[in-house]
Write a protein that binds this ligand. Structure first.
Ligand code: ADP
Ligand code: MG
Length: 214
């Protein structure tokens, strides 16, 4: 099943960032996007995940051109089908980790997967306030929060950036298992070549061009 189809995406801020980017992703597939800082990886992720409208080109998610959906359909799509894990965590700071998970599960009509919390090693600490958790623990709570929604398509921008290598590998294994179990897909931005190599495809962003390298 086709999850995502991007056609001829071009975008510029003060200067042209990238041009004519096309890519596709099917269920159970993972794609890594690599490239130096400032090359436009996060901007591309924002466009693919419906958060930013490109200057040119189109994005289809689950067979629908997202620029033809009305606001209500777009909100439903983002809430139920897309899982966004970005560099900054966007957890509610006044709440415990667990309360953050409850809110996300409630919004998506899902239940919290206690097993997932154990696998992420946050089943005990997630009852503490977010502000009391380390950066790596907060990152794992935000990963649990996104997976609790049971999204069909995950956009992960450096999701393991705050984690040591062993924990990063464990988290990636959880993602790959999730893709199989839920028939989902993932686009991953990473600086870690070893993690990128575990994805089905690798694309490199360089000088405004996205090139397939695996
Ligand atoms: N909202 C924005 N307004 C203006 N410039 C932006 C905006 N977002 C990103 N940029 C610029 O676009 C370039 C690419 O940024 P980004 O997509 O975050 O790259 P990467 O994720 O590869 O590091 C940078 O030069 C950045 O300053
Ligand atoms: Mg970035």
């Amino acid at each position: 099943m086709n999850l995502l189809k991007a056609t001829s995406l071009s975008h510029a801020f003060e200067y042209p960032l990238f041009e004519e980017i096309s890519l596709e992703l099917n269920a159970q597939e993972s794609m890594a996007i690599i490239g130096v800082s400032g090359s436009g990886k996060s901007t591309l992720m924002h466009i693919l995940s419906s958060m930013l409208v490109p200057n040119e080109g189109s994005v289809e998610l689950f067979g629908h051109n997202i620029y033809q959906l009305n606001e209500k359909e777009l909100v439903r799509l983002r809430r139920h089908e897309l899982g966004l894990i970005y560099q900054s965590h966007y957890l509610f700071k006044g709440f415990s980790g667990y309360e953050n998970l409850e809110v996300a599960a409630l919004m998506a009509d899902q239940t919290i997967d206690e097993n997932l919390l154990i696998r992420l090693g946050i089943d005990k600490v997630c009852h503490q306030k977010v502000t009391e958790l380390s950066g790596g623990q907060q990152q794992r709570v935000s990963i649990a929060r996104v997976l609790s929604k049971k999204p069909k398509l995950i956009f992960a921008d450096e999701p393991t950036g705050n984690l040591d290598h062993t924990t990063a590998q464990e988290v990636m294994t959880i993602f790959f298992d999730y893709l199989k179990e839920e028939d989902a897909g993932m686009i991953l931005v990473t600086h870690d070549e070893a993690l990128a190599l575990q994805c089905d495809f690798i694309y490199r962003m360089h000088d405004g061009v996205l090139t397939k390298v695996k």
